[in-house]
Every structure is written in structure tokens, then in C-alpha cells.
Write a protein that binds this ligand. Structure first.
Ligand SMILES: Nc1nc2c(ncn2[C@@H]2O[C@H](COP(=O)(O)OP(=O)(O)OP(=O)(O)O)[C@@H](O)[C@H]2O)c(=O)[nH]1
Ligand SMILES: [Mg+2]
Length: 298
């Protein structure tokens, strides 16, 4: 394929080049998937060998710094790691968030680590389906671990992390952080909880609070670890906890409920006629019941 630019390759060619180690083909393939290109999404469908971890939690608790630590840890073991940063503000250029690149300072320069941002605000079809395809593409390109970092603690984030095998909830030492995550229902999905900024006062206290919260919900078996991405403490223990996560049948049901709900919701909202339906509702031209019927008929 020497001499042929990635721009002119078909998705099948891109997929086989990406599998053979071409980063340029992988980048192009991811961009096409991001744009909702059906052939590209199909070219990677069904590939799933990588272990995926969703990393979520309130803003500013240190998710990116911790993702950086985890990616570097696995890379130091010789594993290839893909990192997807979900970015609601990013235009669909395929560029990576500058800020996250900077915070992922260890990973940015490591050949075994591939970082990519994922735009959410596009009109190109379902985010959960595109995300699944991007995970498959990274897996096809030989990534053994894929970390998906989300931005906050809302329904979208739940939809995103429910797509991964394992969920790491990152919290901070402030009470407000924990309350946010609890309210969002994220604690219910978490396989491991890390209270980051363990170098600051209040982290142990916060961990104790989360443990008693989990015990109330009969989830005391979920590990709650105090870590510091800044001082790189507790990372080995966190890796071990993540690698030891067992499948919980009750959580699988919750996970599939979120997967299906968010995939359906996304499909409906990204339909080209959704906005005009909203406008018709606002102008009083149709009733809510009529709107629902119109959507389901489509
Ligand atoms: N003291 C301390 N600060 C930390 C630690 N980890 C991250 N920070 C700082 O917390 C701030 C936010 O870190 P990020 O990794 O960007 O947090 P985030 O959760 O990814 O933030 P968003 O993606 O914006 O939600 C940065 O200024 C970090 O330097 C830590 O372990 N201890
Ligand atoms: Mg971040």
C-alpha cells in the first residue's frame, strides 16, 4: 500500500492497514467512524478482544491524570493501550484535546499508547454505536487495553461507561464530588472507586463515607481505594483491583439497560427530523402524544 494516501483507501483497506500497525490508517478509520460512515463502522464490527475500562467522575477530580498513570502503568508492562477522551466541545477534526494531551504527559510520548478524543456533539448518528466501533478499531489495531474517559456525571456519561467492561469511578476529597456521583447513579455501576488527590486532607474521610454508602446498598465488596495521581501513590493497588474485577450478574442487567436506553435515545435525538419535531411542539402545532407517535413511526 506504499504510495497510496490514506484519504483514497477504502474502509476495508484502512482496517487491514490499521491491523498491520499503520497509525495513519487507524487515525483515518477512526475519523470515518466518528463521521458515522457505515462502511467503516461495519469494517470493524465484531472485533472485541481488548479489555475496556470506563473512567468517570465529577469534573476536576483528576480523571485525566489518573488515566495517564494507568495507561503508563500498562505500557510499562509492554501492553498497548488506547485512550479515548470523550469531548463534548471538540469539533470533528480528529484532533486530540490539547488540555488532556498536556495532562497526559507520561502517555503522550509513549509509542505503546494511542490517545484520541471523541466528539459527542455531531449529527452523525448514535454516539454509543460510534464509540463501540472506535473501541473495535483500536482493538483491531492491537490495543490490549482501552481506557474511555468521560467528562462528567450525567446520563450521557452513564451511557458511555455502560459500554465498557469495567467502570472506574474517580472521586475527590470534597463532599460535593461524592454527592454528585451518588446522585447520578454512577455508584451503582462502579466496579472500583478511586478517591484521588489522596495527598490532600479529606481523602481518607471521603473514602470512608463512600464505603459506608456502598455498605448500605449491600455493595461493600466494591473496592474503594485512596490514590494520588500527582504523587503516583496507590496506582499498583488500583491496577490490581481493576484486573481482579468479577462480572456481577445484577450489574450486567443495569449495564445493558443503560446501553439500550442510551443507544435508543441517541438514535432518536440524532435523527434529522428531531429538531423540527421539537419546533412543532414549541409552536403548539402538535401534541406530545403526536410527536411520540411520529418518532416511533419513523
Ligand atoms: N493535589 C492533587 N491534585 C491533582 C491530583 N490529580 C490531579 N490533580 C489536579 O487536579 C486538576 C484536574 O485534573 P484532571 O486530571 O484534569 O481532572 P479531570 O477529572 O480529568 O477534569 P475534567 O476532565 O475537566 O473533568 C489538575 O490541576 C491536576 O493537576 C492529585 O492526585 N493530587
Ligand atoms: Mg479530563
Amino acid at each position: 500500500m506504499v504510495g497510496i494516501g490514506v484519504e483514497s483507501m477504502t474502509s476495508t483497506e484502512l482496517a487491514s492497514q490499521a491491523a498491520a500497525g499503520s497509525r495513519r490508517s487507524l487515525a483515518r478509520l477512526l475519523s470515518l467512524i466518528q463521521e458515522g460512515d457505515t462502511a467503516s463502522i461495519e469494517s470493524v464490527s465484531g472485533v472485541e478482544n481488548a479489555a475496556t475500562i470506563g473512567i468517570t467522575g465529577p469534573p476536576g477530580v483528576g480523571k485525566s491524570c489518573l488515566t495517564d498513570c494507568l495507561a503508563s502503568y500498562w505500557a510499562s508492562q509492554g501492553q498497548r493501550v488506547g485512550v479515548l477522551c470523550i469531548d463534548p466541545s471538540s469539533p470533528i477534526t480528529g484532533g486530540s484535546l490539547l488540555g488532556d494531551r498536556m495532562r497526559m504527559e507520561q502517555s503522550g510520548s509513549n509509542d505503546l499508547i494511542y490517545i484520541r478524543s471523541v466528539a459527542t456533539r455531531t449529527s452523525f448518528g448514535s454516539l454509543p454505536l460510534r464509540l463501540m466501533a472506535m473501541i473495535s478499531a483500536l482493538s483491531l489495531a492491537g490495543m490490549e487495553r482501552i481506557l474511555v474517559e468521560t467528562v462528567g456525571v450525567g446520563q450521557t456519561e452513564i451511557g458511555i461507561v455502560s459500554m465498557t467492561d469495567t467502570v472506574l469511578l474517580v472521586d475527590g476529597p470534597d463532599r460535593g464530588d461524592i454527592v454528585q456521583a451518588e446522585k447520578a447513579g454512577l455508584l451503582e455501576l462502579a466496579d472500583v472507586v478511586a478517591v484521588n488527590k489522596g495527598d490532600l486532607d479529606g481523602a481518607e474521610n471521603a473514602a470512608a463515607n463512600i464505603r459506608s454508602g456502598l455498605a448500605l446498598g449491600n455493595s461493600e465488596s466494591i473496592p474503594v481505594l485512596v490514590v494520588s495521581a500527582l504523587e503516583k501513590t496507590g496506582i499498583d493497588e488500583l491496577v490490581q483491583a481493576l484486573e481482579e474485577v468479577q462480572l456481577r450478574p445484577s450489574v450486567e442487567v443495569v449495564r445493558w439497560r443503560h446501553r439500550l436506553t442510551s443507544a435508543i435515545l441517541d438514535q432518536v435525538v440524532s435523527d434529522s427530523s428531531f429538531d423540527s419535531t421539537v419546533t412543532s411542539l414549541a409552536e403548539g402545532k402538535i401534541t406530545l402524544e403526536q410527536a411520540i407517535n411520529m418518532i416511533f413511526q419513523r
